[in-house]
Design a binder for this molecule. Sequence first.
Ligand code: SF4
Length: 427
Amino acid sequence: MRIKLQALGCRLNEAELQTWARQLQRQGHRIAGDSEAADLVVINTCAVTAEAVRKSRKLLRRARRADPQARLVVSGCFASLEGDALAREQGVDLLVPNRDKDRLVTIAARELDLDARAQGASQPTTNPLFTRGRQRAFVKVQDGCRYRCTFCIVTLARGSERSRPLAEVIAEIDRLGTEGIQEIVLTGVHLGGYGSDLQSDLSALLRAVLADTDMPRIRLGSLEPWDLPETFWELFENPRLMPHLHLPLQSGSDTVLRRMARRCGTGDFARLVGTARERVADFNVTTDIIVGFPGETRAEWQQTLAFVEALGFGHLHIFPYSPRAGTRAATLPGQLDERTKKDRSRQLHALGRRMKLRALAPYVGRRLPVLIEGRYGGASTDAWFGYTPNYLPVRIPGGGTEDPTNRILDLTLTAVHTDGDHLIGHP
Ligand code: SF4
């Protein structure tokens, strides 16, 4: 069969898609590109914000229009929360809730009789990532979360914590290595909770990945700023572990953090980042901030701006608060109007731009290895792009005949680009 796979939302959704693609290829099916016709479409939905829900619905409608004859399989947080109502509404042939998504291919094969249409089992020739123009692989190591941050719908949609056995993770990374992947991102819902159900922890996982695989570049996905093992920072002495962490702060005001039921106050957060900067050379920290959380006063907002400015971040992901039905925060008093959220987002974006310049400028004149991920801004340009080990974006002016995609090149970083959001590098 020709199978189309699409995902919205987090890296975990992307990692799951990659695993399904591989399993389907092994059964003899072919992974179709987005512009090709398909016999089966698999969509991994998202529900983290109202906007994500709107996009999930749109993707389902578009899939129906693009491939009216195809069977439609839906999974992910939106599908898990909405259930059969969504399936009926969107003409879905099979809905696989999050608790069963690790067995999605088996369930689909059984329920939709896929085997009958398979061209006979075979070893995937190329990594489906490359056919999708990707050079970095997301590896799911953990799912679910024991915490209940009051704004979070993910913990409700993905259930309790469960970790993938170490041997399975190592085997997947080795396989990716044999297929030419040079960089992986270990990802989960609460990555810091890895091993909580296996008498193990994140450090043990990283130690094993560094010791038992040859993967050149190992990154960590989004990591809650707590539950980190004592031995965590020493692992960054290994240059294959990339010196960048995405640590969601969410707010720079302790009173807001308490209403969010976050496990980390601004003091703890500042100490954690301080330790990282002390222990790890070129350490880059990026973060998530929710703007306009219920009841957020002007004073609390000023605290957030001041804390973010004082600590400094390589990049900010900014989310205007989006009430999610079923979460405690959605019923909190003091819901802010959209205009206030927009104003505050604008202020934070402006601060984010200033901070990015401050983060990039010290690297001018340095020489760093960059994994080239493809053409900058699509096929029409002759420039390439990639990231340094500490996740700083770099553009490489073209002009060479050779395609350097998926190669790690030592580049001299010669300037910060005039738009202020990436560096310029030359081999
Ligand atoms: S720790 Fe993260 S995944 Fe868990 S409830 Fe909080 S925001 Fe959600």
